[in-house]
Design a protein. Structure first.
Length: 448
């Protein structure tokens, strides 16, 4: 994303407001045709207006301000570029090339849809909504004062729409002529997704797979642990595809044994051992009993590794696997992030070496979810915490890029920079560097 656009989108999410060029919607379920039609109507109206933005996941308060809407999904994978682009292609005629960006706000990450303008013909709906009210086939929509997305109501609004299309056609023609005279080459294709974007898509897909395996309550609600963390990494530049038997051997050889429950552990017992799924290796340690995801989330790992160098691990919090001592969802151990994320970094180093890339760079990301309402504690009682530190934000994402051959010598420094924003969520708690140094040393010595 270009810096001016990034700054513009960050400003929109930081200070949301609705006008003719910006529409704000609550969380839409884009697997639902009614919600797809609602989004398509907004896209068509903004395209006919000359372009603009749609912010998803917010609602207006009685005071006229905007806040996060209820119902935030566990993952934003339902708002990926291909999903929204598919809606624009299915509902709009002519088609519209929208962009989708995930923008950090004070309450979390929000999807923002960028809708281009400059179309030479009015954009119309080529499909209608199920209720045949929200969106009608063959109708054009514009942005009108209120603001709202609606059909043109009078001759002046139709004239403005037609004039805008005529101007766009004339500008395109003049620009083409200038290009011929200047000897310019045809516009180059858009750049491929960044390594970070590719990793995010891989990790979101794994999260969807994990959620799909969750048990279902008698009232048909999926049961998930009250909190979990997701670690994902990708070897920059990828790998020449590794044969699956060799890939499994590499994962097994990379298993770190600093604690009794290593990340990316390769079990051999029937029912929980790894299997091949959609071209990658996948493992679900609660495979025989999905209810374990809720009852013992710290020992119900789900992991997935691709032949081209992507890996992801999803695991519940250790604190939530002790219901006889600690009420799940209420506390967050002060030392465990150093241990758990440190283990995963060390596993990534060994995996890169096992596939012949010991000097590679990796993109390494962590998502913690289910943080809101938890209080920082030390379950073992070795560390005194003088006052309560409680988190208000539920989810945090962190991404770094690091050379794997630097991790061993710089593990405490890497962990400190990665984890500082996590601890700050708990009432501005400052993560002591000495804590990271000491716990990283204990990790290396296997003194869990």
């Amino acid at each position: 994303m270009a810096e001016p656009l990034a700054a513009q989108l960050e400003a929109l999410v930081a200070s949301p407001r609705e006008d003719l060029g910006v529409e704000i919607k609550s969380w839409l379920d884009l697997a639902n045709k009614d919600d797809c039609a609602t989004l398509a109507k907004s896209i068509i109206a903004l395209a006919n207006h000359g372009g603009g933005f749609i912010i998803l996941g917010m609602r207006e308060t009685e005071a006229g301000k905007f806040e996060e809407a209820p119902g935030r999904p566990i993952t934003l994978s339902g708002y990926k570029q291909d999903v929204v682009a598919g809606i624009a292609a299915s509902y709009a005629e002519p088609g519209i090339q929208v962009g989708v960006y995930q923008i950090n706000g004070s309450a979390g990450i929000f999807p923002v849809v960028q809708v281009p303008g400059g179309h030479r013909t009015p954009i119309q709906a080529k499909r209608g909504s199920p209720d045949q009210k929200t969106l009608l086939v063959g109708r054009a929509y514009i942005r009108r004062p209120k603001p709202e997305s609606a059909e043109p109501q009078n001759a002046a609004e139709w004239r403005e729409l037609i004039d805008r299309c005529v101007r766009a056609g004339r500008d395109d023609l003049l620009d083409a002529i200038r290009g011929i005279l200047d000897g310019r080459e045809a516009q180059s294709p858009p750049p491929p997704p960044s390594e970070e974007a590719q990793l995010a898509e891989w990790a979101d897909d794994a999260l969807e797979r994990w959620i799909a395996r969750a048990p279902i309550s008698p009232t048909m609600i999926k049961l998930l642990p009250p909190g979990f963390y997701r670690v994902a990494y990708k070897i920059v530049g990828g790998l020449d595809p590794v044969a699956l038997p060799e890939l499994l051997a590499a994962v097994n050889s990379a298993t770190t044994r600093h604690t009794g429950w290593s990340p990316f552990w390769v079990p051999t017992r029937e029912g929980i051992r790894p299997y091949v799924k959609d071209g990658a290796i996948e493992c679900f340690l609660a495979g025989e009993d999905p209810q374990r995801m809720v009852d013992d989330p710290a020992h119900a790992d789900f992991w997935r590794v691709s032949p081209t160098g992507e890996a992801v691990l999803i695991r519940g919090f250790d604190e939530d696997s002790r219901p006889e001592h600690i009420k799940p969802g209420k506390v967050f151990d002060i030392t465990l992030p150093v241990w758990r994320i440190g283990e995963c970094l060390l596993q990534a180093v060994k995996f890169a070496a096992a596939v012949g890339r010991p000097d590679a760079e990796i993109v390494f990301s962590v998502r913690w979810s289910g943080l809101a309402g938890r209080t920082i504690v030390h379950v073992e009682g070795r560390r005194f915490i003088p006052e309560a530190h409680v988190a208000q934000q539920d989810t945090l994402d962190r991404v770094i890029t690091v050379r794997v051959d630097h991790v061993a010598d710089s593990l405490p420094e890497i962990l400190f920079d990665l984890l500082k924003p996590l601890y700050a969520l708990f009432d501005f708690m400052e993560l002591p560097k000495s804590l990271v140094d000491e716990e990283a040393q204990r990790l290396r010595q296997g003194r869990f």
